[in-house]
Design a protein around this ligand. Structure first.
Ligand SMILES: [Zn+2]
Length: 351
């Protein structure tokens, strides 16, 4: 039993450390320092974090750093008015951490939409850009990295808050992961905890009457290995076969989500890297959007968006003709046309 307790504690500590938001590369230094300070103070065994509510710590530490940053922000910049309106001293108390996160997200979206989209590129540009991929720290780069750092921080705070031991129907709410191993859904145990008694009876009829139903902490209802009647679940087997691809897509998307301005997926091919960069830019996803990222990865696998198709999509968006793409890929123009047609519009970058 002690071994189990140690194991659970180790897992929780590991999770705790992952939640410690670290500032993005070009984040404003004052705000970066505040983020580091707050993460140090919310460490599990710090007495201060136990005595102080987290929103208060957030307001006291991040609030003044934000005010200083905004005060020094270029007066004529079109985003200034919106930044001034964001009050991080009181924000977390009034809006909650999820609310703060959504506010900053919408500001980040406004800033990102206003920036000019990349102009079409040629293949020779790729090699040049691959070498010079690091953008200089302009006002806009600092702003986007600062907002992204704050989004991560607010998301980390939001996740931290309900993480106390609540016990419902003898099922420990702490059990299991945040998302299903194979998709963005919550694990079955979490669905069970949030379901109404009526819904529980419909969804878990076989376990009805049991004190503790056998719930999966790792898979969602659709993906649990065995159905509740004891039979193997074909969806699980199918997902398991695609697990390797799914993990690869998840890792690339996770890496790219940590940057909105440069290639970071490390797919092994700069053209394919550009596909991930464009995908993340369009959806404006951040590392804290774990569920959405997992869903996106699952959809890429399900829709068979292979690397060669990603390559084609990027070339097409850069203005290449189908026969030029065909020559690059070593296949016929008809095959290129067929492959591009088979892709859902959400993965086309020329739409
Ligand atoms: Zn699932």
């Amino acid at each position: 039993m002690d071994v189990l307790v140690d194991f659970v504690n180790a897992a929780l500590n590991r999770k705790e450390r992952h939640q410690g938001a670290s500032p993005w590369e070009s984040c404003d230094p004052g705000i970066a320092a505040a983020i580091r300070k707050l993460t140090r103070l919310w460490a599990p065994f710090s007495t201060r974090s136990r005595r102080y509510p987290l929103y208060r710590l957030f307001g006291e530490i991040v609030g003044p750093a934000w005010a200083t940053y905004v005060a020094a922000f270029p007066k004529r910049h079109f985003m200034r008015a919106e930044l001034v309106r964001l009050d991080l001293r009181e924000g977390a108390r009034v809006l909650g951490f999820d609310g703060v996160r959504d506010r900053i997200r919408s500001i980040a979206k406004t800033a990102s939409d206003a920036r000019p989209r990349k102009s079409p590129i040629t293949l020779s540009d790729w090699t040049v850009r691959a070498r010079r991929n690091r953008p200089t720290a302009t006002v806009d780069n600092v702003l986007s990295d600062t907002l992204a750092s704050l989004i991560d921080l607010a998301a980390g705070c939001a996740r931290k808050r309900p993480r106390t031991t609540t016990t419902v129907d003898s099922v420990n709410a702490l059990r299991g992961e945040e998302h299903c191993r194979f998709c963005g859904n919550e694990p079955e145990v979490k669905s069970y905890l949030s379901a109404s008694p009526a819904l529980r009876e419909v969804t878990w009829p076989h376990d009805h009457g049991n004190l503790v139903p056998s719930l999966s902490g790792r898979y969602c209802i659709d993906h649990r290995p065995r159905n509740h009647d004891g039979r193997w679940n074909p969806e699980y087997k199918r997902a398991l076969r695609a697990a390797k691809e799914l993990d690869l897509e998840s890792q690339r998307l996770a890496r790219q989500s940590a940057s909105t301005s440069m290639r970071a997926s490390r797919s092994g091919n700069v053209v394919v890297d550009d596909f991930y960069l464009a995908l993340i830019q369009r959806r404006l996803l951040f590392p804290s959007d774990q569920g959405e990222l997992r869903d996106l990865a699952a959809r890429l696998v399900r829709n068979k968006v292979s690397d060669i198709k990603k390559f084609m999509v990027v070339l097409k968006a850069a203005g290449y003709k189908q026969r030029e793409i065909a020559a690059r890929c070593g296949i016929s123009a008809q095959a290129v046309s067929k492959a591009l047609k088979s892709l859902p519009a959400e993965y086309r970058l020329d739409a």
